[in-house]
Design a protein around this ligand. Structure first.
Ligand code: UDP
Ligand code: MG
Length: 330
């Protein structure tokens, strides 16, 4: 029997866990040729998310709960879920029902027909504002132009990956984990399944503008060094213009003597180049900061406790399966 693990990051999703589980298990019940495991990662929620997960794992053998010591972010939660998921395929899905569980039917179908990576592509982003969509499209265009790894547009973290891909991802040791980029970096031609994003069932989104901006920065700095290299060219360009301009001033001084006015030219040049240098330094800083974090070799997350009815051995280390024999999903 093939095994499929489902990984769901949860941050303040108390009211969503139950409805999410009900809708998901209805979908999975249609696929009784597989054994499923649901891994719910509580990413340091401040509400009753973990008690809800705990309760569920007591009732359902196939549900495993992972509790972080604090909020480590969605990327860390996805990583933890992936590291604890056994199985022949792993599906990532949000807890807020914005990713309709019914789409999993198509994911499994595509996987059975040979796709190692199946990506959910949003048909419309009506749930986002126009400005956000505009900025997002600029990000994708910029990212794809300057980095070797191309990110498909309108694709989030809703996806299925085959065990091969999961194993590659588990072997990637970095701390700064921009999962969307890492998924793409691994390769394998993806197959797309379109879906309509739904409204959040309950609670509210935790990705504000600032967090999205930082994720975008993480994406660019993790997968491209173009922002660093571009300074060589900017520097060269500025130097050439500067040399030409100096030559002009020197010739003029030799021919007409020194003209004192020049205050405006001087000050403008100082202010502009001061700004340009600071931006260059800032970009260097972005990378150095990430080298610093990476160099400390800290784990991307810490687990306080795990809940599951029985604690089975990890899959494919010793041949045992982490999945219960019978399934009480249905
Ligand atoms: N999430 C998480 N840790 C965080 C923020 C979010 O695990 O620090 C989870 C959240 O519970 C949800 C998913 O990531 O399952 C997507 O988050 P959200 O719905 O807030 O983002 P949006 O859908 O608005 O982009
Ligand atoms: Mg959401």
């Amino acid at each position: 029997m093939k095994k499929i693990a489902i990984v769901t990051p949860c941050f303040n999703e108390e009211e969503n866990i139950g409805p999410f589980f009900d809708r998901l298990s209805k979908v999975l019940a249609r696929h009784d040729q597989y054994a499923f495991q649901l891994i719910l990662v509580n990413d340091g929620s401040s509400d009753g998310t973990f008690p809800a997960i705990e309760k569920l794992s007591k009732q359902q053998k196939w549900v495993k709960g992972i509790n972080f010591t604090r909020n480590f972010g969605k990327e860390a939660a996805l990583t933890a879920g992936l590291n604890h998921a056994g199985g022949d395929a792993v599906i990532f899905i949000d807890a807020d029902l914005q990713h309709p569980p019914e789409v999993i039917d198509d994911f499994i179908h595509a996987w059975e027909h040979g796709a190692e990576v199946v990506l959910g592509r949003r048909i419309s982003r009506d749930t986002d504002t126009k400005a956000y969509r505009f900025l997002a499209s600029i990000f994708y265009r910029l990212h794809n132009r300057i980095s070797d790894v191309k990110l498909p547009e309108n694709v989030g973290d809703f996806r299925l990956i085959d065990r091969k891909v999961a194993d590659h991802l588990r072997s990637m040791p970095e701390n700064c984990r921009f999962m969307k980029g890492m998924f793409a970096w691994v390769g394998y031609a993806p197959q797309f399944v379109e879906y309509e994003v739904e409204e959040r069932f309950g609670g509210k989104s935790s990705f504000n503008k600032w967090r999205s901006w930082n994720l975008a920065l993480e994406g660019i700095t993790s997968f491209s060094t173009a922002p660093l290299r571009v300074w060589t060219y900017i520097g060269t360009g500025v130097l050439l213009v500067g040399l030409l301009y100096s030559a002009l001033i020197i010739v003029r001084a030799l021919m007409y003597g020194i003209q004192t006015p020049g205050y405006v030219t001087l000050l403008t040049a100082m202010v502009i180049f001061g700004g340009v240098q600071l931006i260059g330094l800032g970009i260097l800083g972005e990378y150095i900061g990430r080298i610093y974090i990476e160099a400390k070799r800290r784990p991307p997350y810490l687990i306080k406790e795990m809940v599951q009815q029985e604690t089975p051995p990890v899959a494919h280390l010793d041949g045992h399966s982490p999945y219960g024999k019978e399934q009480d999903a249905r």
